[in-house]
Write a protein of this length. Structure first.
Ligand code: AMP
Ligand code: MG
Length: 324
C-alpha cells in the first residue's frame, strides 16, 4: 500500500509518500519567523502558499515510478489551529479529487510509530520532546498512556524562549547545544519534577536571569543538564513502572546529542536498550504521518470527511491503538 501524508502542525510543512518498506518521496517547506517565535497565522499562510509545491513534488516522483497513492493521511492534531486547518483542507481536497480514503493521524503517535519503524524498537517507553510537547508515554492496554508530561511549556519551547532572551535566533535548541560544548562550569538552576510530571517555565526564566551574571556557554550547558536530567529521571521511572526494557527518543529536541547520551547511559545502567531514530525522522515530517496513516488504514481505520475536523488539543491517549 502507498500513502500520501501531510504534516503541518507548526513550523514545518511536509508531504511524503511511503509504502510498508520505505519512504518513496518527501518534500518540505519550512516557515521561519521574521522575528520572535512562531506566529500561528503567518505559519498557516506559509503552509497555504507552499502546499501545492510540496504535494506536486511528491506526486511527480510517484508518477515517475508509476506508484500513485492509495490513501491520504494528515496530521489532525495536536497543533496550531490555523496550521492544522490549512493542512486538513488540502488533505480533504486530495481525497475527494482522487477518490481516496482519508486518515486523520495524531501527531504525537506519528512521532512514536515512525521512531519504532525506523529503529526496530518494539515496545518502548517513549520520551517525546519537541517545540510543542514534552511527554513520557508507553503502550498499555491498547493506548499510548501518558506517564508524565510538562505542567507548563515544552522543553523545546523553554530552550527557544531562553535563546531568544539572550539574542539567539529561532530555533534556539541547536545553538544552545553548540554553545554548551564550550562551557567551563555548571551553574545550579531549578530542577522541577513533581511526581511524574515536569515543569520548564521557571527553569527557562532562571536561565535568562543567570545569563546576566554568567558566561552564556555555562548557562547553556547548565540549562541542558538540568532540563535533560529531569526528562531522563521521569523516563527511567516510567520504564520501571510499565516494565519496559526499551527506551525510544523522538521529537525535534531528540536531535540533541547530549540528551541521547544521557538516555543511553541510563538505559545501559539498567540493562535496557536505547533507540534513537535518524535525525531526518526526529523533527516534524510528512513520512511519519504517511506511515502512521498506512498502519492505521491496514488495521481498518478510516476518517470520513465529516469526522475530519482538526483537534488542536488532540491527546495520544484519545486514540485506540488498533494496529499493534
Ligand atoms: P519539533 O517541534 O519536533 O519539530 O521540534 C522543534 C524543536 O526542537 C525546537 O524547539 C528546537 O529548538 C528543538 N531542537 C532542534 N534541534 C535541537 C537540538 N540539537 N538540541 C535541542 N533542541 C533542538
Ligand atoms: Mg512534533
Amino acid at each position: 500500500m502507498i500513502v500520501l501524508g501531510l504534516e503541518g502542525t507548526a513550523w514545518n510543512l511536509s508531504a511524503a509518500l511511503v509504502d510498508e518498506r520505505d519512504v518513496i518521496a518527501e518534500d518540505h517547506s519550512t516557515y521561519v519567523p521574521a522575528k520572535g517565535g512562531i506566529h500561528p497565522r503567518e505559519a498557516a499562510q506559509h503552509h497555504a502558499e507552499h502546499m501545492a509545491k510540496v504535494v506536486r513534488s511528491v506526486l511527480s516522483k510517484a508518477r515517475e515510478m508509476d506508484r500513485m497513492p492509495e490513501a491520504i493521511a494528515f496530521s489532525q492534531g495536536p497543533g496550531l489551529g490555523p496550521c492544522l486547518r490549512t493542512v486538513a483542507t488540502a488533505a480533504r481536497a486530495l481525497a475527494l479529487r482522487f477518490d481516496l480514503p482519508l486518515v486523520g493521524v495524531n501527531h504525537c503517535i506519528a512521532h512514536i510509530e515512525v521512531g519504532k519503524w525506523r529503529t526496530g524498537s518494539r515496545d518502548p517507553a517513549v520520551l517525546y520532546v519537541s517545540g510543542g510537547n514534552s511527554q513520557v508515554l508507553a503502550l498499555r492496554r491498547g493506548r499510548y498512556r501518558i506517564f508524565g508530561e510538562t505542567l507548563d511549556i515544552s522543553v523545546g519551547n523553554a530552550l527557544d524562549k531562553f535563546a531568544r532572551s539572550v539574542g539567539l535566533s529561532h530555533p534556539g535548541g541547536p545553538k544552545i547545544e553548540e554553545l554548551a560544548l564550550c562551557a567551563k562550569q555548571y551553574i545550579p538552576l531549578p530542577y522541577t519534577v513533581k511526581g511524574m510530571d515536569f515543569s520548564f517555565s521557571g527553569l527557562s526564566t532562571a536561565a535568562t536571569e543567570a545569563a546576566r551574571r554568567h558566561e552564556l556557554a555555562d548557562v547553556c550547558y547548565s540549562l541542558q543538564e538540568t532540563a535533560f536530567a529531569m526528562l531522563v529521571e521521569v523516563t527511567e521511572r516510567a520504564m520501571a513502572h510499565a516494565e519496559k526494557e526499551e527506551a525510544l527518543l523522538v521529537g525535534g529536541v531528540g536531535a540533541n546529542r547530549r540528551l541521547g547520551e544521557m538516555l543511553n547511559l541510563m538505559c545501559w545502567e539498567r540493562g535496557a536498550r536505547f533507540f534513537l531514530p535518524d535525525k531526518g525522522f526526529m523533527g516534524d515530517n510528512g513520512s511519519m504521518i504517511a506511515y502512521t496513516g498506512l498502519i492505521m488504514l491496514k488495521s481498518g481505520v478510516v476518517t470520513p470527511i465529516e469526522q475530519s475536523k482538526v483537534i488542536p488539543l488532540y491527546r495520544p491517549d484519545d486514540v485506540e491503538v488498533t494496529w499493534a
